[in-house]
Design a protein. Structure first.
Length: 577
């Protein structure tokens, strides 16, 4: 493997002299590049010019120099691969700092990480973690006893990787007053032992019984959490995020984002959802439209409503047309008639709707609701979306194109790790597993497919997502040939889903998504040419430089390897002006 510092040195010398993209500043011309533009009409270029926030020319060196003018600053990219800035179409701002339990693999490892993390907290305070999987526990049964063993007196709650269930210890249950006499809340389940006492596992809405007790973050806590996450996103080449949180932004989060924008520290274009309210009032709809109108073109903007139709396969809460293998099924969170009414109300107001739907039953409900909207409200460019759309019925796949509905998929969900192979796939059985995370089927059916990460459920690294879509293997290259390899797609197709198609999914294709003259100058310079050579290059590649609307938002620190192993990196936030 080549060390990063060798090929970084030259690039860093030139980018260190880059000016901020202030108005009146000279243009910048980027030369000697291998540009994948994402524009099918002009797929490749060797140079481009950036003037202010936008690309002024994309093409040959002569064209770029001419557009940039004699005063332009020249940057020699030394033959590096350049791609449009990544647009994560489904992302969440983490609610709080927590112990990372991803890929723990065993109770011992979960306990070890929690103990280590707890050392960094004030004594007696809540210990919060996230990222475990059922397969981490003996017989896949998470139980409070494993947390009581290490924290008998201190409240602990750890959320699973998918965010649809949490495990609380006995102290946390006691503080929440959850006993064998506590009834299941609506839309939630308290898992119980044979004698009726809670195991500590709280599914769906039941986890609020404990989560509501967590101490709130101060506005300053949230602001610093945000800056850390933005820096991580920029370091991975991300220039746009679409925050899919169904409850919308909290006051703290909105405050943090507005503060970051005002202080020039919002390094990513940030589109945030408003909640899909049940039976919305005219005031609620008007407010959603006003927020959108008031923020068009800004870095922080709105324009869509997010709702939830079901849970997840791993928790058996996704709503399937047929029961899970071994019995049981999830229940949809809506009656179809209520869903039709609510979606049509947002649709009539001109808003985009996105619905979380994972099981084939929930996906069909979403498509039926969108079809109902077009029938009652008439033709319009609506671009409603189904989020995750994990296990569609084969007969429903052509409806995406026919209805103009976007398949908002997460490439990294196809990671064939132990949870996928030993929990997810057996729960749905081989016929349904063969159409799970079936990126190829959507492409073949002509649907618009927008890629996102669902961070912090999964890592936000787009190159890791693309690797997964291309190989359907783990980072270790297992299983040989890939998991349901007929659903693999090409690097170029995956890149388009993470850039051009994600921009289309937010109505931003006129401004973003390809490296084209007139669009925002959003791009990433990579250390490796990911379009040639083996897929391993996607794992080895580093983002050397990220530019968002003409401003440098990340440059790889010299000599230090980029941390792409975990959920976040610790790059310094870059101030943009
Ligand atoms: Zn999500």
């Amino acid at each position: 493997m080549r060390g990063p510092s060798r090929y970084l040195a030259g690039l860093l010398l030139v980018v260190a002299t880059l000016p901020a993209a202030a108005s009146g500043a000279p243009a910048t011309v980027y030369l000697n590049a291998r540009v994948w533009t994402g524009d099918p009409a002009h797929p490749v270029a060797e140079a481009f010019a950036v003037s202010g926030e936008r690309f002024a020319a994309v093409g040959s060196e002569a064209e770029a120099r001419r557009a940039a003018g004699p005063e332009a600053v020249a940057v020699d990219l030394q033959g590096r691969r350049v791609v449009p800035g990544f647009n994560d179409a489904h992302w969440h701002l983490p609610a709080r700092r927590s112990a990372r339990l991803d890929n723990a693999g065993s109770v011992d490892e979960i306990q070890r990480r929690l103990i280590e993390y707890a050392h960094s907290l004030p004594s007696g305070s809540w210990v919060v973690g996230r990222g475990w999987m059922p397969t981490d526990f003996p017989e896949r049964r998470a139980h409070r006893r494993y947390l009581d063993a290490i924290f008998p007196d201190r409240p602990v709650v750890i959320r699973d990787r998918d965010g649809h269930q949490a495990l609380a210890n006995s102290r946390a249950l006691a503080l929440a007053g959850v006993t064998r006499d506590t009834p299941d809340p609506p839309d939630g389940r308290i898992i119980r032992d044979g004698d009726g006492s809670p195991t500590g596992l709280l599914q769906e809405a039941a986890d609020n019984l404990v989560a509501d007790l967590l101490p709130p973050l101060s506005p300053d806590d949230t602001y610093h959490l945000l800056l850390e996450e933005l820096a991580a996103a920029s370091s991975l080449g991300i220039t746009s995020l679409q925050d899919a949180t169904d409850v919308g932004l909290t006051d703290n989060e909105r405050g943090a984002l507005e503060r970051a924008q005002a202080e020039g520290r919002l390094t990513v274009q940030y589109r945030a959802a408003v909640p899909l309210e049940p039976n919305p009032t005219p005031e609620q709809l008007r407010h959603a439209v006003e927020m959108w109108d008031a923020t068009r073109g800004q870095l922080l903007y709105y324009g869509f409503a997010k709702g939830m139709l079901d849970g997840t396969v791993d928790a058996k809460t996704a709503y399937m047309l047929e029961p899970y293998v071994g019995g049981g099924n999830g229940s949809p969170f809506y009656e179809q008639a209520d869903l039709d009414r609510d979606v049509a109300a947002y649709d009539r107001a001109g808003l985009q709707v996105e619905l979380h739907a994972i099981g084939d039953g929930a996906i069909r409900m979403a498509l039926d609701a969108y079809q109902h909207s077009s029938e009652v409200n008439g033709p319009r460019d609506r671009r409603h979306r189904v989020e995750h759309v994990e296990v569609p019925a084969l007969t429903d796949i052509p409806r995406f194109r026919a209805l103009g509905v976007i398949a908002s998929t997460q490439a990294i969900f196809a990671t064939p790790d132990v949870s996928t192979l030993e929990n997810y796939a057996p729960l749905i059985g081989p016929e349904r597993a063969a159409r799970a995370q079936a990126f190829r089927l959507f492409d073949d059916a002509g649907a618009v497919q927008a890629f996102g990460s669902d961070y912090p459920v999964y890592p936000m690294d787009p190159l890791l997502g693309i690797y997964t879509a291309v190989t359907r293997q783990t980072r270790a290259g297992t299983p040989p040939g890939g998991w349901y390899p007929q659903n693999r797609i090409s690097v170029e197709a995956a890149l388009a889903h993470y850039t051009r198609d994600a921009a289309y999914a937010s109505f931003d294709e006129g401004d973003k998504g390809t490296i084209s003259s007139g669009k925002y100058a959003d791009f990433a310079v990579l250390s490796e040419d990911i379009l040639t050579g083996p897929p391993q290059r996607l794992l080895d590649a580093r983002v050397l430089l990220t530019v968002m609307r003409g401003r440098v938002t990340h440059r790889a620190p010299a000599g230090t390897p980029q941390d792409r192993s975990g959920q976040t990196t610790h790059a310094e936030p870059v101030r943009v002006h």
